[in-house]
Design a protein around this ligand. Structure first.
Ligand SMILES: [Zn+2]
Ligand SMILES: [Zn+2]
Length: 486
């Protein structure tokens, strides 16, 4: 048995891991796109290199998808184009979301040609196999050596990261030692964490550790940090919005369409609901404020979140039972067409009444939020509220950096080559993260009944990986703790 990494090695994107079971059989876990600085693309040739599937597909029997973030699934069209025809296993919810994500990725990054997109989606749907959580699925392997062929089964468990997310348990019976063909161990359990969610995240339950892992491949996004103040995040959201709209301005919240937007809607509904118990001026405000989701993708995903209520956490399910609708409320508007989007920007600019706008992308590096920023950054009644990490080199990071503060008048940014002055105020709430923090990652291992003898760290910056590796070594002194390399 051998594990090879085709991404998420020098950073958090491009997740793609290959588990070689023997010389004839392998499984692929995720097939994601590289983004940002993971593998800096400076020329078309580089971009091509990032997208080409540069590994041998002939032994790959199946692809397992942990969740449908683009940096975990974005290279699937290239995998299909390269001739992969095996099953693509995913949880039921991920299987429902995946075609939407791939369609969007193709439209944005590859082609607008409908027949190419449809051909790719058709192929994808033929190969896609949805799996229930917690039930074993036997994999069909190449049967060349009959009795010597190992038996492999897989199981998905909820990961609490986004709707449908899973970590994968792979059980191999009759494991051949690739280096030494004579020797065999009878049982081996490999666990791939995918992306693990954090406790106190709204909507989805936190992940529970597996019973057993012999080898663990785990993400380490926040391997060197612990989240703070997650519990009073809703309070903070409420206070910032109330203060921000006191001058009748708009509040813009850049947010990714999958996960973050639904978390925000969930918390906004909670604030509105809490206010119904009081009949104050605040109550009136929260009953009448327009909340606009300007993203057709986010609207589609919100629908899927509503369809899969069975995956929600206890609190959210309780709310549904009591007759509430955690992801929809009276004053929520969804903007669909591009024309409607442009009209909304114009309309909000003219009127003197507050509104909350949620639009993608989360780091302002594209998407409809950009038109809002062009319009409202120079407006001193507007407020930009960041609820996610703003990576180096993104417009979001620049806005955070050059926005006015108590000691500076504020600078400017360039959008589409045009200089835009920043007069709007900015706020950042750090409590939002879809990833487990250091303690969460430690607990994931600590709470296993049979702890791993080998841990491979992926999906994190250098610092995060080495900090977490130290922690794991303290926890398991005799285990082999390794930082994955390509
Ligand atoms: Zn993810
Ligand atoms: Zn990820």
């Amino acid at each position: 048995m051998k594990i090879q990494h085709h991404g998420a090695v020098n950073g958090v994107t491009g997740s793609c891991h290959q588990l070689h079971i023997d010389n004839n059989n392998a499984i692929l876990i995720d097939c994601g796109l590289f983004q940002g600085t993971e593998k800096e693309a400076t020329s078309n040739k580089d971009i091509e290199e990032q997208l080409t599937i540069d590994f041998d597909l002939s032994t790959i029997r199946a692809l397992i998808v942990t969740h449908c973030h683009i940096d975990h699934v974005g290279r699937i069209p290239y995998l299909l184009a390269a001739g992969f025809r095996g099953p693509i296993y995913a949880s039921t919810a991920t299987a429902a979301l995946l075609p939407l994500v791939i369609e969007d990725a193709l439209k944005v990054g590859v082609t607008r040609n409908k027949s190419i997109i449809n051909a790719c989606l058709k192929r994808l749907k033929i190969q896609l196999v949805s799996l229930e959580y917690k039930s074993w699925q036997v994999l069909a392997l190449s049967d060349l050596s009959s009795i010597n062929t190992p038996k492999v089964k897989i199981k998905l468990q909820t990961a609490g990261h986004i709707l449908g997310s899973a970590y994968v348990e792979i059980d191999i019976q009759n494991v051949p030692d690739i280096q030494n063909t004579q020797r065999k161990t009878d049982h081996h359990r490999v666990v791939f964490s995918g992306d693990l969610g954090a406790p106190y995240a709204p909507l989805l339950p936190a992940p529970k550790s597996p019973y057993r892992a012999d080898t663990l491949v785990i993400e380490s996004t926040y391997g060197d940090r612990n989240h703070q103040s997650r519990k009073n995040r809703t309070k903070q959201l409420q206070q910032i919005i109330e203060k921000a709209v006191s001058d009748n301005g708009v509040v813009l919240i850049p947010a990714f369409s999958i996960g973050r937007t639904q978390e925000l809607l969930y918390e906004l509904e909670q604030i509105i609901y809490q206010q119904t118990k009081k009949s104050t001026a605040k109550y009136n405000f929260w009953q009448t404020i327009d909340i606009i989701v300007d993203s057709p993708m986010a609207a589609k995903f919100t629908k899927q979140y509503q369809l899969f209520k069975n995956l929600w956490d206890k609190e959210a399910k309780r709310e549904v039972k009591s007759g509430r609708h955690p992801l929809s409320f009276e004053q929520l508007y969804t903007v669909d067409s591009h024309q409607e989007h442009m009209q909304t920007v114009e309309y909000l600019a003219k009127r003197n009444k507050p509104a909350i706008v949620i639009a993608a992308s989360g780091m302002c590096s594209g998407g409809r939020i950009v038109n809002y920023l062009k319009q409202f950054l120079p407006d001193n009644t507007a407020d930009i509220l960041f609820v996610g990490y703003q990576a180096q080199g993104t417009l979001g990071r620049d806005i955070q950096k050059y926005a006015p503060t108590s000691y500076s008048k504020g600078g400017y940014v360039f959008i589409d080559g045009k200089r835009i002055d920043i007069k709007a105020k900015t706020h950042t709430i750090n409590g939002y993260s879809a990833h487990a923090d250091q303690q969460g990652l430690i607990n994931f291992v600590k709470r296993m009944r049979h702890k791993p003898k080998h841990i491979l760290l992926v999906h994190g910056d250098e610092q995060a990986k080495s900090a977490l590796a130290k922690k794991y070594q303290q926890l398991l002194p005799s285990a082999k703790i390794e930082i994955a390399t390509r």
